[in-house]
Write a protein that binds this ligand. Structure first.
Ligand code: 5RP
Length: 217
């Protein structure tokens, strides 16, 4: 089974969490694109979606699923999104697709975070995947210096402008043993919009595509 087939299996498995008449929180990335394909089969039965990126919004609207502004929605039953890494306590690194800030906002609005992954995303310790940090452009150098003090090796993501008009620093060489604390610390640096650690609000359900089918945890 290819990695994309495992992503597809996880994306389609998330359909069972979608309730009729609801507005669905939709993440960003290649695994979520499979979920959006699956959601098309239910599009007459849902009110619409709140999206975490311009890319997902375009994809949803193309297949006729109405996309609501997050400000119009008081709560969401579920938020379905992928991850770049996830540890055994369901803390995640996200933001490989640069959508981390909007992803964190939609995740915060939702009651339940359904994480859809292939089997390459599970790790014991977060940090092998470089940790994305969305930064206000004028703070780039200052934030980078602060990240070095935390033991990381920040790299500017060339050519990347987020949907919010900001830039991304990818922090290499971190061994993240206390994800909640690191999330708070990095979010506290002036000029950081958000860090791609999802620990204070981790995943509630993980659907992992594997060669033997989808494993739920
Ligand atoms: C985008 C994300 C994605 O969820 C993450 O990068 C996983 O992507 P994919 O499903 O393509 O492997 O956080 O900002």
């Amino acid at each position: 089974m290819t990695q994309d087939e495992m992503k597809k299996a996880a994306g389609w498995a998330a359909l069972e969490y979608v309730t009729k008449g609801s507005i669905v929180g939709v993440g960003t990335g290649s695994t979520v694109n499979h979920f959006i394909d699956a959601l098309e089969t239910m599009k007459e039965q849902i009110k619409g979606a709140v999206s975490s990126s311009v890319a997902s919004t375009e994809r949803l609207e193309k297949i006729g699923i109405p996309v609501f502004d997050a400000n119009e929605v008081a709560s969401l039953d579920i938020y379905v999104d992928g991850a770049d890494e996830i540890n055994p306590t369901n803390d995640m690194i996200k933001g490989g697709g640069a959508a981390l800030t909007r992803e964190k906002i939609v995740a915060a609005i939702a009651e339940k975070f359904i994480c859809i992954i292939d089997d390459t995303k599970k790790v014991d310790v977060l940090g092998q995947f470089p940790l994305p940090v969305e930064v206000i452009p004028m703070a780039r150098s200052y934030v980078a210096r602060e990240l070095v003090k935390l033991g990381g090796d920040p790299c500017y993501r060339e050519g990347c402008v987020t949907d919010n008009g900001n830039m991304i620093l990818d922090v290499h060489n971190l061994q993240i043993t206390d994800a909640k604390q690191l999330e708070d610390t990095i979010n506290g640096i002036a000029g950081v919009v958000t860090v791609g650690l999802f620990a204070n609000r981790g995943a509630d359900v993980v659907l992992e595509g594997t060669p033997n089918g989808v494993v739920k945890s």
